[in-house]
Design a protein around this ligand. Structure first.
Ligand SMILES: [Zn+2]
Length: 259
């Protein structure tokens, strides 16, 4: 990104949690006997007259079915900082797990940006119907995504691409086959919304992924790629760390400004 690129602010919008699970789930088989909390988020990138949403969150019906603790409709949380979901024009889908795709219908007028290989795997590959993948899928959300193919509301990307001045999507496989992260020009330099490229800040600090893996070797290469791109490690944000709620300035209930 050039020095002339506009800068943006990034907000973490917590819509569920805390959920409690073994540390080992989020830090590659370490500390099975210890517990850790995690939250669910969507993110807002705002600046230069644009409002970009990163990920869709979970739809109310699925939150009910999965009994997700602390759930609030993501559209209702977004409204607290003046973002009306039905007016949103652009949404980045980092990857097609239920907690990132299920709420796709909350954004009925948006175009969705997704890596083509991620779309093809979850929507078209029979392997995605096998139990380990079904467990992290929302068939309803995936069906809504599939329906958009061939329309202007679905933008399929093949690798790294700058979609707005100062906002670049980077292919970052490992957690899923075609996960993408969002590199954003900010006043502090290039920040990266990593989504579940790393669930916690510690995944990047210690170079240990979670146990939710489709390709461990690709994951290690992705860590190198995003670390080379981001201006400093504290600007590399994970997908589920509770620190995004607790350690940053609060701008509304459940919403913090990351940078
Ligand atoms: Zn996730």
């Amino acid at each position: 990104m050039s020095d002339l690129s506009p800068t943006y602010e990034i907000y973490a919008v917590k819509y569920a949690g805390p959920l409690v699970g073994s540390v080992a789930m989020l830090l590659w088989n370490t500390d099975w006997d210890q517990k850790i909390e995690r939250n669910y988020y969507v993110w807002v990138v705002r600046g230069n007259g644009e409002t970009l949403i990163v990920d869709c969150g979970v739809a109310p019906a699925l939150a009910e079915a999965r009994q997700i603790p602390g759930y609030i409709n993501p559209a209702h949380v977004l409204a607290r900082i003046g973002v009306e979901a039905f007016q949103v024009k652009r949404v980045v889908i980092t990857h097609v797990n239920f907690d990132h795709i299920s709420g796709i219908e909350l954004f009925p007028n948006a175009a969705f940006y997704i890596q083509e290989r991620e779309f093809n795997f979850w929507i078209k590959d029979p392997i995605a119907k096998k139990p380990p993948f079904l467990w992290v899928s929302d068939p309803v959300g995936n069906a809504h995504l599939a329906k958009l193919e061939g329309t202007e509301r679905l933008v399929l990307l093949d690798g790294d691409e700058e979609i707005l001045p100062g906002i670049e999507l980077l292919l970052a496989p490992g957690h899923t086959p075609g996960l993408q992260v969002v590199a954003v020009n900010t006043t502090k330099g290039t920040a990266i919304l990593g989504s579940d490229c790393g669930h916690l800040f510690r995944n990047y600090e210690e170079e240990i992924p979670s146990i939710y893996i489709t390709d461990l070797v690709a994951w290690m290469k992705t860590y190198d790629k995003v670390k080379a791109k981001v201006s400093s490690l504290d600007l590399l944000f994970p997908g589920h760390d509770v620190k995004m709620s607790t350690d940053y300035p609060k701008v509304a209930e459940d919403i913090t400004r990351l940078v």
